[in-house]
Design a protein around this ligand. Structure first.
Ligand code: ADP
Length: 372
């Protein structure tokens, strides 16, 4: 291919611009082509000029598109813009291109000419392809994860449900053996009995919490209008035994209405109020439930005067089965707050906590007022 030496004149700009240019007669025969396009197509000028028509540089589909779309448009309206087409180079190499074209009327020989500019979009096509592959992979991964998640939830539900029956049998047998005097105080019997008893109660608690957790379903929920004050009061009445035995005082201010799932929200209040009682200090629990509102969401706070915790664990405690206290000092499974977190997430809100050891804790969560 004959390359011109560098100069800043118009001819040099035409020949070596980062665009391809070509001109053709109305039947498609090419009468001019610039160096850049020749280089992209790997042809010599002498092989193209007056020897090839633009249609010869197109695939069969491209030819049909050229004849039925590009040419008629050029004849009727005089120009076409941003046509995406592949141009064939030597040995059937492909140049993905975006072309603009214009009909020029006032030529010296009075025959109209079509001028084409050709933007090489090889890289863009490559990116598009990579993006498409990445998107497809991401979609497949999400689908796989959703499937695994569903199977895990199903497994957790079945396992915890099915484990309940044999565990209840063990408890009953143990009580019967105790009644019949199998665990005598003169041997290690008493110790063994309380060890088995403690462990079965612990396992029961775990299975119950796991079962409750696996029942929190986020799929296709239809939310109804819920009065949060009513839901909170229902949670308080479920906790009456814990409240009475700890002499807890719970004051609930006026709470707004939102759209949500009644059972899940009750469990949310029940878990947070239950913890506020369970992690109490020597003084009887004083718990305040309050709310603030912005235009789009409500923020609920549950404040206690309990033992508190180091703020550096404020995120950890919402993780599944994460606890700051041993089971022997305060029984628990570390599932309650993970359940709260899941419920709030299903409702489109956020949950967090602020605390200091010995100074009580405040748990906050937000809920959107409407569903978008
Ligand atoms: P569990 O109470 O069964 O251990 P949770 O998930 O409800 O499980 O709580 C996780 C941990 O967070 C608890 O073990 C406890 O250490 C801490 N925690 C939760 N609520 C409070 C609270 N109101 N005051 C102090 N610590 C709390």
């Amino acid at each position: 291919m004959d390359k011109q030496p560098f100069s800043e004149d118009a001819e040099d700009l035409y020949q070596n611009a980062p665009f391809g240019y070509l001109s053709m007669h109305t039947d498609g025969s090419i009468i001019n082509i610039n160096n850049t396009l020749l280089e992209w197509l790997n042809y010599e000028r002498s092989e193209i000029l007056f020897k090839k028509k633009f249609q010869d540089l197109l695939s069969i589909g491209g030819k049909i598109y050229f004849e039925t779309h590009i040419m008629p448009l050029l004849q009727m309206q005089g120009d076409v813009h941003e046509i995406n087409i592949d141009i064939k180079g030597r040995n059937d190499s492909k140049l993905p291109a975006l072309i603009n074209a214009r009909r020029i009327e006032n030529t010296p020989h009075n025959k109209p000419v079509y001028r084409f500019s050709v933007l090489n979009i090889t890289q863009r096509k490559q990116y598009e392809l990579e993006l498409m592959i990445a998107k497809k992979k991401a979609e497949e991964t999400v689908q796989r994860l959703q499937q695994i998640n569903k199977e895990l939830e199903q497994f957790a539900y079945t396992a915890s449900h099915d484990l309940q029956a044999p565990l209840n049998s063990i408890s009953m047998l143990l009580a019967m053996m105790k009644r019949k005097g199998y665990f005598t105080s003169d041997s290690d019997g008493e110790t063994y009995y309380s060890l088995i008893e403690n462990n079965t109660s612990r396992m029961k608690l775990m299975i119950k919490d796991l079962l409750d957790y696996s029942k929190i379903d986020g799929a296709d929920k239809t939310f109804e209008e819920i009065c949060l004050k009513e839901v909170c009061n229902s949670a308080v009445s479920i906790l009456h035994y814990e409240i009475d035995s700890s002499k807890a005082v719970i004051s609930v201010s006026d709470l707004p209405k939102i759209l949500g799932d009644r059972i899940q929200l009750m469990r949310l209040f029940q878990n947070l109020l239950g913890n506020a009682i369970k992690y109490r200090s020597a003084a009887p629990p004083e718990i305040t439930v309050g709310s603030t509102e912005t235009e789009n969401e409500v923020q609920i706070s549950i404040k206690d005067n309990g033992i508190g915790f180091d703020q550096k664990y404020a995120q950890k405690i919402f993780e599944f089965m994460k606890r700051l206290h041993s089971h022997d000092s305060i029984p628990g499974t570390g599932i309650g707050l993970a359940a709260c977190s899941r419920i709030v997430e299903i409702h489109g809100g956020k949950i967090w906590a602020k605390s200091e050891p010995g100074k009580g804790s405040v748990f906050y969560f937000t809920l959107p007022k409407s569903r978008s």
